[in-house]
Design a protein. Structure first.
Length: 68
């Protein structure tokens, strides 16, 4: 099993409620949702660094996703 580390993070009420909602909707723990988000952020950064673009299509219109 991989070594784990405990991290103490402060959230605004809104961010905490969003995290809790995502966890409940997905049947995952908050830690799992955060790990998923970190993995996605890493993928965004690697894709952009390699010259790629991430697009999302909504209502027939494609827009580029630019993570903050």
């Amino acid at each position: 099993m991989a070594k784990t580390h405990r991290v103490n993070v402060n959230f605004t009420e809104n961010a905490y409620e969003t995290l809790d909602e995502l966890a409940r909707e997905r049947g995952k723990s908050m830690s799992e949702v955060l790990r998923d988000a970190i993995s996605l952020e890493k993928w965004f950064e690697e894709t952009r660094r390699e010259g790629g673009r991430v697009l999302v299509e909504r209502d027939g219109e494609a827009r580029e996703i630019i993570p903050r």
